[in-house]
Design a protein around this ligand. Structure first.
Ligand code: FAD
Length: 476
């Protein structure tokens, strides 16, 4: 039997896609990578994944796991220099296996979308806090494989901190069952943490046990204009001290990013006064309380007003828009969440997903501006991100008279400029999007050589035939 026929005998011929049917799976969300694959395979059970992996091992064919294909580093698209591959799409493996309210935990399969998990948690009077603008499409497997972050990390941590257990099919087809629902489990090396963030290079994540939380019944979104980045950091410190764990998000938006989002939405519901917009920086912060009792809401509402007035008096902030109801709350968030789509609409750019010690962010921003002015005068910078986590999306777009192709051809030089500064300041070249195929060279430059050596030895020992997502993270 041919390889394709054998695949069809495992999952059914309807779920082995080739030709035209395969095309939607072969390009990434940003449109930066397009590749070929022998087929797209769409299994719906762990057992069929085991058989697919065994078959690929027998034929020495690589497996590229793909969830929602919203990754921003080309990890879910085959590397064109690697051996022949299939894409294993997880979206049919999407059941909720179990929910345990007394343990505040849920067991979900990898292809379940983040949105579905959030909705099911809410229907069970619980909250799953991971929140990304791609949540309608991205999957839990992809979230785990990239160790996704998003807007609520400040309060709840990234998905690594939300994970109790994991189930993986390894490169031999063995099921590594680490699906514990325990808060305490000191039984040797934490293999769960090895698979989280491994971007499909060590195995296929098939399920996970995740933590659930009480629902915050009342939330406020507050949009604050600021005259300097230093003031944004002072506001972060003060807000943390004043609101402690009720501060659930602290997002930075540059003026250019806000204007891009407003233009993209082009709707009077999102209109802001020109005096308000006439600031270089904005913070969207979120305050949440669990109770939702009238007295508690009123108390918190008064505290928020008191705090904002105090900040205006002290000169950290010039103004603040405090959400008045759920619709207003959603529209303020929509302004922030629309930035990636507005950027996509604006064109292709050179994206940096960096993290820095928060205190050094002003130095980074001013040094970068000077360097870009000297070497790439006129390029436009979209800066936004999760300031509360020290995570900036620092994206460079073409100058008015420059072609997109010309800008993209400068990727290595612009990466050098930005990433070497990040490295000098003790930051990271990938805060939450991962390495994929986009930043393999960058990782080699900036990761500690001994740490890189251990990563390489781990990869070779777990996947000696290099069939799991070759050419991603590491240059093998
Ligand atoms: C509009 C937009 C906003 C975004 N905002 C954020 C954000 O705020 N924070 C953030 O962290 N990310 C963000 N992202 C990036 C992206 O959504 C995340 O990286 C997400 O976790 C990817 O999930 P996915 O299912 O789409 O994975 P994919 O794109 O399909 O895959 C990503 C990587 O995971 C691997 N993988 C996928 N499934 C599995 C599996 N079952 N087993 C093993 N490996 C697997 C793939 O091989 C690939 O290497 C955003 C993306 C978009 C388009």
């Amino acid at each position: 039997m041919s390889f394709l026929n054998s695949l069809a005998s495992i999952v059914g011929s309807d779920y082995v896609l080739t030709g035209e049917n395969a095309l939607p799976f072969l390009s990434d969300w940003r449109g930066r990578y397009t590749a070929n694959a022998i087929a797209i395979v769409r299994p719906s059970s762990v057992e069929s994944i085991v058989h697919i992996v065994q078959l690929c091992k027998q034929y020495n064919i690589a497996i590229v796991p793909q969830g929602g294909n919203t990754g921003l580093c080309g990890g879910s698209i085959p590397n064109s220099n690697s051996k022949d591959s299939i894409i294993l799409s997880s979206t049919r493996l999407n059941k909720i296996r179990e929910i345990d309210l007394s343990n505040n935990s849920i067991v979900v399969e990898a292809g379940c979308t983040l949105q579905k998990l959030q909705d099911i948690s809410l229907a069970n009077n619980r909250y799953f806090p991971l929140s990304l603008a791609s949540e309608g499409t991205c999957t839990i497997g992809g979230n785990l494989a990239t160790n996704a972050g998003g807007t609520q990390v400040l309060r709840y941590g990234n998905i690594r901190e939300l994970t109790l257990g994991i189930e993986v099919v390894g490169p031999d087809g063995d099921i590594v069952d680490l699906l514990r629902a325990l808060r305490k489990d000191n039984t040797g090396y934490s293999l769960k943490d090895l698979y989280i963030g491994s971007e499909g290079t060590l195995g296929i994540i098939t399920a996970a046990t995740l933590k659930l939380f009480p629902i915050c019944n009342k939330k406020w979104a507050i949009l604050v204009p600021l005259s300097s980045i230093e003031n944004a950091i002072t506001l972060l410190m003060e807000t943390r001290c004043f609101f402690d764990s009720s501060l659930t998000a602290f997002e930075l938006i540059s003026q250019f990013s806000l204007k891009l989002s407003l233009d993209f939405l082009n709707d009077k519901r999102y209109r802001l006064d020109s005096n308000f917009i006439d600031h270089p920086w904005f913070i969207l912060l979120e305050i949440s309380v669990i109770d939702g009792i009238r007295e508690v809401d009123d108390f918190m509402s008064n505290r928020i007003n008191f705090f904002m007035e105090k900040c205006i008096d002290l000169g950290y902030i010039d103004d603040a828009i405090i959400s008045s109801d759920n619709l207003h709350f959603a529209s303020l968030w929509h302004l922030r969440e629309s930035i990636p789509l507005a950027e996509k609409n604006f064109g292709k750019g050179i994206k940096h997903d960096i993290s820095l010690p928060i205190s050094l962010i002003p130095i980074f921003l001013s040094d970068m501006k000077k360097s870009l002015d000297v070497y790439f005068n006129g390029v436009r910078i979209v800066v936004f991100g999760h300031l509360g986590d020290g995570n900036l999306h620092y994206n460079v777009f073409r100058s008015i008279n420059q072609s997109e192709e010309n800008l993209l051809s400068l990727q290595c030089q612009i990466y050098d400029l930005v990433h070497s500064k990040v490295y000098e300041l003790g930051g990271s070249i990938s805060a939450e999007h991962g390495i994929g195929q986009l930043k393999v060279n960058e990782l080699q430059k900036y990761k500690n050589a001994n740490a890189l050596g251990i990563m390489l030895r781990l990869k070779k020992s777990i996947d000696p035939d290099n069939i799991m997502n070759p050419g991603k993270i590491l240059d093998i």
